[in-house]
Structure formats: structure tokens, C-alpha cells
Design a protein around this ligand. Structure first.
Ligand code: DON
Length: 305
């Protein structure tokens, strides 16, 4: 049996010894205040064994990792009808790009780029009575506790400067792929991105995707295994925007990143792993986080491939 505590410590020391280029996200002003040298990692096997290192208990802004939660809720709510509104192809473009929308009539390439997540938020706004409360409840149920909250400063900061997302939502609306008012959809979208979670909490919640739809806290079936198959497939092909190929090549796991510097990945049937380091590479993914996960799957010589 491997000494995973030691392995995670070694990975922490290795990534910290390399000077990674990149910087903390600043287009959301509040995110620019985060200490760039933070690093946390949490590894959780499906049998409950857990190993952590660094700042694994410190909460950070999950940002786009929220797109996996909102997609899961939309699938729970309307099933396959989701795919009438959003496609499942990698975009090969940055997460905040608008270009493909024009030729593709407002149908976003996938639910993990901003345009796709905005359409998913529109679906939830139409389907749920209290979208914000129900979104938090979904995360609380997955986590088995109600301690996770949204961060008002981050939410307000993004809302006041979200020019590109504002343009995007209005553009999608012009193609009639938003049913609600773009302002209301964005308000909910910014809220979903502004949740703070730690590596331990993220890896625990993502057990759902490692355990074929079962929530880790009490084994309740949240989504059926075929829905999980699809979400994991989209994480693998689209979870890192125009760096999804590189992530699959280097790490070999389905996963999702956020501009807060978090990455969560899963090996279905085996484990979930969350890492946090706020400095982003030029594609908007955590530079040290990718390096750490590459070291992990390379060392254990196991990935979904
Ligand atoms: O909409 C945005 O731009 C952010 N709230 C989320 C973007 C994000 O996390 C992209 N991730 N790598």
C-alpha cells in the first residue's frame, strides 16, 4: 500500500520548488487579493480513505467548478432536454469567448464554457422556485453539512465588472436561447460562481462523480450512472476550455477548473482529488494545480487511460 501522505507532501514540495509563470485572476477585482502562494490538495478514495496536504482546509472561490453543480441540477430537473439548449462539443476557445455563438445560433458548444453555463442557469431559473436557495441546498446535501456559503464580496465584484458575460447573455438572448431576462440569469450565474469551498469539501462533493451518482455523505443516488457517464465525459473533453486536450494528455482524468485556482478531478470507481493554487496559466487554469495532478497520476501510474 502506498504512503499517500508522503506522496502528497512530495508533490507539494516539488510544485513549490518550480517557478510557474502566470498570475492570479484580476478581471474579478476581489480575486486579485488572494495570496498567490497558497497550495492545498485533498485525495479521497471511494472507500473513504482521505489524504491531505498544504492549505487543504482553506476555502477559496470555486468559480467555474460551479458549472458542474449547475449542470447536474439541470439534468436532475429536465433530463435530456438540456441538450436541446447546449451542445457537448469542446470549443477549443477561451472560456469567455463569444465567437462560435454567432455561427451556431446562440447554442453554446458545451455547458462548461461561460456561455453554456449561462444557458444552464437560465434553465434552472425557469425550473426552480428559489434557484439560489436550491443551488446552495444541492451543495449542502452533497457535502452533508450546511456550512458552505456564497461570498458576497466576490459576487458583487464580478457583478460590477462582468462586462463580457453581460454581452454574452444579451447575445444569447438575441438568438432566443434565454427564456428569462439576461440580468436575472446573470445575477444567478454570478451567485453560483461565488461559492467558497475548500479542497476537502470539493473532493468530498465530487465523490458523486467517482461513485457513479451516489452522494458520499449517506449513499443517496443523486443522478443515475448514465447521467454521470455523460457529465464525466464532458469534464474530460471540455473541463479545461482550450486546454482540455493538454489536461487529458498530462493528467488523464475528467476534471473541472475555476479561475479561483481550484481544480477537481475524478477517477470513476477509485477516487476524487481537489487541488488549489491561485496562480493561473494563460488559459485560465491553475498552473501548479495541473502540475500537481500530473505528478500524482504519473507517480501512481494510473489514470482513466
Ligand atoms: O464567468 C466568469 O468569468 C467566472 N465567474 C468564472 C470563469 C472561470 O472560472 C473559468 N475558469 N477557469
Amino acid at each position: 500500500m502506498k504512503d499517500y501522505n508522503r506522496l502528497l507532501d512530495d508533490i507539494l514540495n516539488t510544485v513549490n520548488s518550480v517557478k510557474h509563470p502566470g498570475s492570479v485572476a484580476s478581471y474579478i477585482p476581489e480575486l486579485a487579493k488572494i495570496d498567490p502562494d497558497k497550495f492545498g490538495i485533498s485525495l479521497q478514495f471511494v472507500n473513504g480513505e482521505t489524504y491531505n496536504a498544504g492549505d487543504y482546509n482553506e476555502r477559496f472561490s470555486i468559480q467555474s467548478i460551479s458549472k458542474v453543480f449547475t449542470l447536474s441540477m439541470a439534468i436532475q430537473s429536465i433530463g435530456d432536454k438540456v441538450w436541446d439548449r447546449v451542445d457537448v462539443e469542446p470549443s477549443g476557445d477561451p472560456f469567455n469567448s463569444l465567437v462560435q455563438l454567432e455561427h451556431e445560433e446562440g447554442i453554446p458548444r458545451n455547458p462548461f464554457i461561460n456561455s453554456g453555463a449561462i444557458v444552464i442557469c437560465d434553465i434552472l431559473l425557469s425550473e426552480l422556485d428559489n434557484p439560489k436557495e436550491e443551488y446552495l441546498k444541492f451543495i449542502h446535501e452533497l457535502n452533508g453539512s450546511d456550512k458552505i456559503k456564497y461570498n458576497e464580496l466576490i459576487y458583487k465584484s464580478e457583478k460590477s465588472k462582468g462586462y463580457r458575460n453581460i454581452a454574452m447573455a444579451n447575445f444569447i438572448k438575441s438568438f432566443k436561447n434565454l427564456d428569462n431576462d439576461p440580468e436575472d440569469v446573470l445575477d444567478f450565474y454570478f451567485y453560483t460562481c461565488s461559492i467558497d469551498m475548500s479542497c476537502v469539501e470539493l473532493a468530498w462533493c465530487f465523490q458523486l462523480f467517482a461513485q457513479h451518482g451516489k452522494q458520499a455523505a449517506d449513499g443517496t443516488l443523486f443522478l443515475d450512472p448514465n447521467q454521470i457517464k455523460r457529465i464525466n465525459a464532458i469534464m474530460l473533453t471540455c473541463g479545461f476550455y482550450d486546454e482540455s486536450g493538454e489536461f487529458a494528455f498530462r493528467v488523464g482524468l475528467p476534471g473541472k477548473s475555476g479561475v479561483g485556482g481550484g481544480i477537481v478531478a475524478v477517477h470513476p470507481g477509485e477516487y476524487s482529488i481537489a487541488v488549489w493554487s491561485p496562480k493561473l496559466n494563460e488559459k485560465g487554469n491553475s498552473a501548479k494545480g495541473m502540475h500537481a495532478l500530473e505528478l500524482f497520476t504519473t507517480h501512481i501510474e494510473k489514470s482513466i487511460f
